[in-house]
Design a binder for this molecule. Structure first.
Ligand code: GDP
Length: 695
């Protein structure tokens, strides 16, 4: 009988999920009443369970969109919060707890929110109804409930009590109806009283005569009338269905007073239920054609937009995820193909060559005796010892770790580049995930690789055999390196000269060199003066004079300039040594590895090359190949296969253009579905009409 309501409630749920600006609304029953009027008790009597948040401290802070779904062939009774995705909740205490939590999520300062909580209740004992429970009107504002809250609640209720909704105005029998805010609000939006049902609660608290008088309502007539109820929950209310006990008490009360038997009086929760069902069914019937029009318009609009914006191209969250991951794997493959032995070798070689230069600078170029090296005898212990020391500084510097770390760093930075690709710009979490399992893979390979490398270069710590070709290559490379270093020295010197000015720099340099010489002389002098105590006084005078003089000059040159002059002197010295060493490397002395102590730069370079070759070989096998093999598999395992439907949806929706595309597509699909259902209903209504006409 109530087919239309049932079908349209289904449709209403679908429309609610796609329509947020409420253009596509089907009628619902809005429940309003002041606090403690018995609003919750009435709703619970209809549902047959205690499930609403109750208590003195205004627990309903958000509207509750309550959809009741009659399930005649199923004994199960349960609630569902479609927004939360918690599944079926069979325990109504848990439903209540969830509602309380969702209410409390609204902060005290906000007080009320117009974001509704959706709750569906499935049961063979409920009628098909949609009800909206609104926060109760408050009459007296106190410290905890300021005036603004009162207004907020009134605004919220007004939003819902507009047509085509049906207003269920709940008033308590023991409060003068003239004071009922629910009736006041209903009169404002439904002045003729056409879509308002009055519910008078707590009929047991007034005399039957007074109660009957209220229900006859001569003062505030309503087209749909007033219904009196007694909704006192039985003391022993458990989780079981309470309707029975409740209705028994109620029936007993109304039956015991003859006055309620009169025809012009409506009483009882069952009467209320039936009235609600009938009124809603009629209202749904009236709304059918207008909703068909509205849905048709919306559907045409979304079809048009879908064509214009996306050329009717369909997209799914799944295909988007697959595409994004394929993109990553493709980029990775490109990178893996282009990052092989030669690239790794280049990285490692560059690092070791730098190390060689550092060792040469520290061990040789800073050595004051370096100028004497070419003239030293082949047996000179000093230089023989030094070359061994320098080669040890290279081979025992922890090559295994430093080379492996270098390659790991290069890989990490390349992976960062891949993860920062445009396709991941909307997915910071996934980006994080990629980096975290990249570093996890590399971390697990790190120790084994660096140990392997360290082991295989071990022989070089004791002896390095060099053939002629290797030596010649080493000499050539070291000359190139030193020339590059020299070039850099010259460039830096030139840039200092440019920034300071040639003349200024020259005079600052001269000043520095002079004062260095002066310093040396003075030290000599003070040493000789120390022997001669008699002249102490005079010397200290003399010193003071000199210091004063120096102050003057120093303040003439600013400290930054002197700093630059110092750098310039250093660079000049370094350039000189480099030129000198380049010449030595090109000289006859360096033609053979026999003379390695004369050509440490070349010797270290040959070792560096051997270390590079060996290290790269193992890094390639242990680290690189493993990583290139494992990474794409981890992408599948951790990103693609791990995602459930919800995560896939979430991932796709992180991307705003995709989100928009999906939304429009979903809207279109759902509107099409709704349109099909509506067309069926329209056809059925028409059939019915024609058959009833025929009768
Ligand atoms: P709400 O604030 O409007 O939701 O009101 P409640 O449903 O929480 O009811 C307020 C109080 O009135 C509660 O203590 C109920 O037990 C009581 N109450 C509700 N309906 C009746 C009734 O029909 N008769 C009696 N005597 N008390 C009722």
């Amino acid at each position: 009988l109530m087919m239309l309501t049932k079908k349209l409630i289904e449709i209403r749920s679908i429309l609610m999920s796609i329509d947020h600006n409420e253009t596509l609304r089907l009628p619902s029953i809005v429940v309003i009443g002041s606090q403690s009027s018995g609003k919750s008790s009435v709703l619970e009597a209809i549902v047959g369970h205690e499930f609403l948040p109750k208590g003195s401290n205004m627990v309903t802070r958000r509207p509750i969109e309550l959809t009741l779904i009659h399930t005649p062939n199923n004994d199960e009774e349960y609630g569902e919060f479609p927004q939360l995705g918690l599944g079926k909740i069979f325990d109504f205490k848990k439903v209540q707890k969830t509602l309380i939590d969702m209410n409390l999520a609204i902060s005290e300062s906000e007080c009320v929110s117009d974001k509704p909580i959706e709750l569906r209740i499935y049961s063979p004992n409920v009628p098909d109804l949609t009800l909206i429970d609104l926060p109760g009107y408050i009459q007296i504002s106190n410290r905890n409930q300021p005036e603004s809250l009162k207004n907020k609640i009134e605004d919220l209720c007004e939003k819902y009590i507009r047509g085509p909704n049906i207003i269920l105005a709940v008033c308590s029998a023991n409060v003068d109806l003239a004071n009922s805010p629910a009736l006041k609000a209903s009169r404002k939006w439904d002045p003729l009283g056409l879509r308002t049902i009055g519910v008078i609660t707590k009929m047991d608290l007034v005399s039957p005569q007074a109660g009957a008088a209220i229900l006859r309502n001569t003062d505030y007539p309503l087209h749909l009338g007033y219904i009196g109820v007694v909704c006192k929950a039985p003391e022993n209310a458990s989780n079981g269905n309470m309707t029975h006990a409740l209705i028994k008490t109620e029936e007993a009360y109304f039956r015991s007073h003859l006055i309620f038997n009169q025809r012009d009086i409506q009483v009882g929760t069952s009467t209320l239920r039936h009235t609600l069902m009938n009124v809603l069914e009629q209202s749904m019937g009236r709304s059918l054609y207008s909703i068909v029009d509205a849905v048709q318009r919306e559907l045409e609009e979304s079809r048009y937009q879908f064509k214009v914006q996306y050329n009717d191209r369909k997209v799914t969250a799944e295909s988007y995820v697959a595409e994004t991951m394929d993109c990553l794997k493709h980029d990775f493959k490109d990178f893996a193909n282009n990052f092989g032995k030669p690239q790794v070798r280049h990285e490692v070689r560059t690092m070791l060559e730098q190390k060689v230069l550092d060792i040469c600078a520290e061990q040789y170029w800073c050595d004051e005796k370096i100028a004497e090296l070419p003239k030293a005898t082949p047996e000179d212990i000093y230089w023989l010892y030094k070359v061994d020391f320098a080669s040890a500084a290279l081979t025992k510097s922890g090559i295994g770790r430093s080379t492996t770390q270098l390659v790991v760093d290069v890989l990490m930075s390349n992976m960062e580049r891949l993860a920062n690709a445009e396709s991941f710009s909307y997915h910071p979490d996934t980006r994080q995930q990629i980096m975290s399992f990249t570093s996890e893979i590399l971390r697990t390979k790190f120790l084994a690789t660096s140990d392997q490398v360290e082991n295989t270069i071990k022989p070089y710590k004791f002896e390095v055999e060099i053939n002629d070709t290797e030596w010649n290559e080493g000499v050539k490379r070291s000359v190139t390196l030193l020339e590059k270093e020299l070039e850099m020295c010259d460039e830096m010197a030139a840039s200092i000269k440019n920034s300071v000015g040639k003349k200024k720099l020259k005079s600052a340099i001269n000043y520095l060199l002079d004062s260095q010489r002066e310093e040396a002389r003075r030290q000599e002098k003070s040493q000789s003066l120390d022997f001669n105590n008699n002249n102490n006084r005079q010397s200290s005078h003399q010193q003071e004079d000199e210091e004063e003089e120096e102050e003057v000059v120093k303040s003439f040159y600013n400290p930054k300039l002197l700093e630059k002059a110092k750098d310039a002197i250093y660079l000049r010295d370094r350039a000189m040594i480099l030129k000198y060493r380049i010449a030595a490397l090109k000289s006859r002395q360096c033609k053979s590895s026999e003379n390695k102590q004369y050509c440490p730069e070349a010797f270290l370079n040959v070792i560096a090359e051997k270390l590079t070759y060996t290290a790269v070989m193992f890094i390639q096998v242990e680290l690189l190949n493993e990583f290139f093999f494992q990474f794409p598999r981890e992408v599948d395992n951790r990103l693609v296969y791990e995602m459930d439907r919800k995560q896939i949806q979430q991932f796709a929706r992180e991307n705003p253009p995709i989100q928009k595309h999906l939304e429009l597509q979903e809207r279109k699909t759902k509107l099409e579905e709704v349109m099909d259902k509506l067309n069926y209903l329209v056809k059925r209504q028409a059939d019915r009409q024609s058959s009833s006409n025929a009768n």
